[in-house]
Write a protein of this length. Structure first.
Length: 568
């Protein structure tokens, strides 16, 4: 490996660097020996490891593989919603592939970075280089390895634990470790990292976005919640719920607070004051994203019809409470046979469907009549079919067929909407709102319903939301459904829904429910009629709770690596 060539495109991929380490000869290649003997090159190598953390600002967000959104492009509905996923096409369900849902298949990217992290950790063991922050860099790298392994287990269950590097010519065979062995490995890395990390950075600090002890604790909270959930905790082991509860509780009094405004929680530039965010993927003017232009329709210059794939679904809109705290609908049946009727206690008006709803609806979704950037959105079609609003799907393929557009993460009125603008709002990985919900869920499963209601109500009591507390009369299964629904609306489009319905083992119901949009018809008197429209019949098969490993990867390991159960 002495002649290993490293492309140092990585030095500023995630953070900016104070010195331009590329002013070397040759400028595109640096030998391995130079990296491990130069403190600036070594720091650049370690910084690039943060690119292992994916973000959700994609042309095709993960939401399109869930019931949060509808992929409007006919050939791009996706293999997951149609139930066509298999071990040969699963590799396409990654990053920005047209048939994917961003970041879902992570095997290749994850193991690429596992090798890089293991190499770094091995070099640090033998390094004689004087580094003031050596312990911190090692701890950060262990956090990153733990984060990658968490992403593996939520996707595949148990995977091979690889904690050292392998070189060309080495003999090796990878076999899958159990799920519990992976959980223990992740926990071990996090426990090892915490003592050498700062507790936290302020969101305005230049180092915000690097690993902290609190980020490790937040990952523990999510890890143990998943490990306690029905998909992985098949015997409902109470001790696993206790670990999940205690891990969340460890962060409740760490100095974080709910950001008062649910909208600006998500759309302010990296570096803005925000005391809710525990850990996030940061951006800068030289390392920016174009997410707003990927998610808004023709009105603001979307291009070619590609950008309508993240249009929110009617299914999601239906699950926002009324302002009085009542659910708008009562559901019966399940899966493809699900039916709904208006909850008579809610005050819901089918011909005025967005009135008197949970404020998080308007903060998350642009609907007919919404005001955004000084414009009023029009998704109606005239009853005769000859005229229509500018924002309807009939006007342009850039306008989502569901007749909803995504508002969450989108810029405020003071920020331009332009392909030339460098957007830097962060992708939030962990925030206090999730920790409250984790704590509520674990408390409920341990029989502490009062605490579960208390922390659900804290989330709903955010200053800009101010929804009624969950009443003490909501108990048992009804309270569990409240917990599930609160995660759905509070964490919408933040890449939780896909995993939540699987870990709860409810995907055979939710994943088989059809996706709806909303057609709006305007008569000659200007009156509007709202009519839900079926957009997609979905298929979820029991084996889809976990992802298969790509066939080529199985073949590459000469039979030592077993396929995910039920995908053989």
């Amino acid at each position: 490996m002495k002649k290993l060539i490293l492309l140092i495109i990585m030095s500023c991929g995630f953070y900016s660097c104070s010195d331009n380490i590329l002013n070397l000869s040759p400028i595109d290649q640096i030998s391995e020996d130079a990296v491990w003997t130069d403190s600036k090159l070594l720091a650049a190598y370690q910084t690039e490891l943060y690119n292992s953390i994916q973000h959700g600002f994609k042309i095709h967000m993960q939401s399109k593989a869930t019931d949060e959104a509808f992929a409007s492009i006919d050939f791009d509905i996706g293999v997951i919603p149609r139930g066509n996923l298999n071990a040969d096409n699963v590799g396409n369900v990654s990053n920005e592939h047209w048939t994917g849902g961003g970041n879902i298949y992570y095997w290749n990217t994850g193991f690429k970075y596992i090798r890089k992290i293991n190499l770094f950790l091995e070099k640090m063991e033998s390094s004689t280089l004087e580094l003031n922050d050596k312990a911190r860099l090692i701890a950060e790298s262990k956090f990153l390895r733990a984060f990658i392994y968490f992403q593996f287990i939520e996707r595949f269950g148990g995977v091979p634990i690889v904690d050292k590097t392998f070189n060309l010519g080495d003999e090796f065979s990878f076999t899958r470790n159990t799920f519990d062995e992976n959980v223990a490995f992740i926990e071990s890395d996090l426990n090892a990292a915490i003592p050498d990390l700062p507790a936290r950075y302020a969101s305005t600090d230049a180092d915000f976005g690097r690993a902290t002890a609190d980020a490790c604790k937040a990952l523990k909270s999510r890890l143990f919640l998943y490990a306690a959930s029905p998909l992985f905790n098949t015997t409902n082991d109470r001790s696993k719920w206790e670990k999940a509860r205690d891990a969340a509780k460890d962060l409740l009094n760490s100095g974080y607070s709910l950001h008062p405004d649910y909208t600006t929680l998500f759309n302010q530039p990296s570096g803005s004051a925000n005391n809710e965010i525990i850990f996030s993927r940061q951006f800068s003017s030289t390392n920016s994203h174009q997410n707003p232009m990927n998610n808004l329709g023709r009105r603001y210059g979307a291009y070619g019809g590609w950008w309508s794939s993240n249009g929110p679904s009617q299914n999601l809109i239906d699950d926002y409470d009324m302002i009085n705290g009542e659910r708008p609908f009562i559901y019966s049946g399940s899966g493809a046979n699900i039916t709904k009727s208006v909850n008579p206690l809610s005050g819901y008006d089918p011909q005025n469907p967005y009135s008197n709803r949970d404020p998080r609806l308007d903060a998350t979704v642009i609907h007919n009549g919404s005001q955004y950037h000084g414009d009023t959105f029009e998704m109606w079609v005239a009853s005769d079919g000859n005229t229509w609003g500018y924002d309807t799907y009939k006007e342009s393929g850039d306008n989502p067929r569901s007749n909803y557009q995504l508002k969450k993460f989108m810029p405020d009125v003071n920020t331009p909407l332009s392909w030339q603008y460098n957007y830097t709002n962060p992708w939030i990985i962990f925030r206090l709102g999730e920790i409250y919900l984790n704590y509520a869920e674990a408390s409920f499963e341990l029989g502490d319903e009062a605490t579960a209601r208390e922390y659900l109500s804290k989330v709903r009591d955010r200053a800009s939301v101010n929804m009624p507390a969950i009443p003490s009369t909501v108990t048992g299964e009804a309270l569990r459904q409240r917990i599930y629904n609160e995660r759905r609306v509070e964490l919408a489009f933040e890449e939780h829904r896909y995993w939540d319905v699987r870990r709860w083992k409810i995907a055979e119901d939710v994943g088989n429910r059809p996706i709806y949009g909303m057609d709006i018809f305007k008569d000659t008197n200007g009156n509007l009629e709202y009519v839900p429209v079926l957009l997609l019949k979905r298929t979820f098969l029991p084996k889809m709770y976990l992802l298969p490993i790509q066939t080529s990867e199985i073949n590459k390991n000469n039979g030592s690596l077993s396929q995910t159960p039920d995908w053989q």
